[in-house]
Write a protein of this length. Structure first.
Lengths: 202, 202
C-alpha cells in the first residue's frame, strides 16, 4: 500500500471505524501501514476515543433517539441510528450464552440481538415481531465481536419490513428479514388481540 | 353434554391432559359436566398427579432422554419426547421477559422456547439452528401457559427439518420451521467453520 496522505488517512480512518466500530489502533496501523502512535494522534485530532470509550459514547448518544424499544430492552449497544432508515449495534456474547456441551453461542442470543436492533430502527410507540426469516451462516463463540446493521426496507400502515445483517469482522454470521407490527393504541385492532399497554396495567 | 360413563370419562381425561398438560381439575370438571371431586377420584384411580406435580414428573422423566441439548439449556419443561419424532414442552414466560413499555413478552423468549424444543427432538451430539422461518400470531403475556409441540419432518445427512407449534390453550400463538445442522465431530466440515467442542476446551 502506498503511503497515505494525512487527509486521506483521516478519511479512511473515519470510514473504517464506521464499518467496524471494534477496530483497534493496532489493526488500523497495520491496515494503513503506519505506526500505532500515528493512529492515536489521528484519533486525537479527529476527536475519536479508543475502542471501548468510543462504543460507550456512541451508545449513549444513540439511546436518546430510540422510540419503539426502551434502552433497558436493548441487547448489545446501539451505536448509530437514523430512525426509519438504519441502525447499527454491537454485541459481544458472553460465555453463559453458549450451549453447555459446546462453546457455540445459542441461536436465541443472536436472535435477541437481531430482534433488538430491528425494533430500534422503527418509530412506533410499541411493536412486536410478526414474521422472521433468518439464517445463521456460521457458528458464533463467546466474546466474538458482532456488529449488526438493520435497514428499514418498507413501511406500510403499521407493518415494517426490516433486514438485519450481523457480521464478525467482515464475515457475515447471520441475516434475517423481520416483519414488525406496530402495536400503538390506534393500531391495536391489527395485532389480532387486544393489546394491553403499560398504562392499562397501572 | 350427555353424562359420560366412567370409562369414557377416563379415556377423555387422559386425552385432554395429553393435549393440554396445564388443564386444571376445575376445567376438566366443567368440560365433563361432573364435580371436581369426581375428577380428583379419577386422577387417583389413573395415578395422575395434580397439574404442577404432573408437569414436574413428566419433565423429570423426559430429561433423561435428551441427546442434543443439555437439561441445563432447556427453556421451559420438556414433558414428553420421542427422539427423532416429536417433543412436547411447557413454558410460562415471566414478567422480566416482557418489554419495559408493554406487558407483551419479547419475541426472543418465545423464540428461545421454540429453539429449545426443536433441538430436543433430534438425536445428535450437538446442533445449531441453520435457518428459521417463524411467525408470531398473537401477543403473549407474562404467566401465559404455553405448550409447544416440535415434530421432526425430515432428516437428511446432518440436516433436520423440525416444525414447532406453540399454543396457549387451543389458540396457536407461534409456528416455525427450523432447519437444524448437527455439529457432531464427523459432521463438523458442514458447519462452515471448525466446530470447537467442549472436549477441545478442556
Amino acid at each position: 500500500m502506498a503511503k497515505l496522505s494525512r487527509k486521506e488517512r483521516h478519511r479512511l480512518l473515519l470510514q473504517r471505524i464506521k464499518e467496524n466500530p471494534f477496530i483497534t489502533d493496532e489493526e488500523l496501523a497495520e491496515e494503513f501501514g503506519c505506526s500505532v502512535q500515528t493512529i492515536r494522534l489521528d484519533r486525537a485530532i479527529l476527536d475519536i476515543k479508543e475502542v471501548r470509550e468510543r462504543i460507550k459514547e456512541m451508545a449513549k448518544e444513540s439511546l436518546g433517539k430510540l422510540k419503539t424499544i426502551s434502552p433497558r430492552d436493548v441487547v448489545g449497544e446501539i451505536i448509530d441510528i437514523e430512525l426509519e432508515n438504519y441502525a447499527i449495534a454491537t454485541f459481544e456474547p458472553q460465555l453463559w450464552m453458549t450451549f453447555s456441551n459446546s462453546q457455540m453461542v445459542k441461536g436465541q442470543h443472536i436472535y435477541a440481538f437481531a430482534e433488538s436492533v430491528a425494533m430500534s430502527v422503527i418509530d412506533a410507540k410499541a411493536a412486536l415481531i410478526g414474521v422472521a426469516n433468518i439464517k445463521y451462516k456460521t457458528p458464533v463463540f463467546a466474546n466474538d465481536r458482532l456488529v449488526a446493521r438493520a435497514e428499514l426496507k418498507k413501511k406500510r400502515n403499521n407493518k415494517y419490513i426490516v433486514w438485519v445483517f450481523i457480521k464478525r469482522n467482515s464475515e457475515e454470521v447471520f441475516r434475517g428479514k423481520f416483519i414488525l407490527v406496530a402495536t400503538d393504541d390506534e393500531n391495536k385492532e391489527n395485532t389480532g388481540q387486544e393489546c394491553r399497554t403499560y398504562e392499562d396495567r397501572n
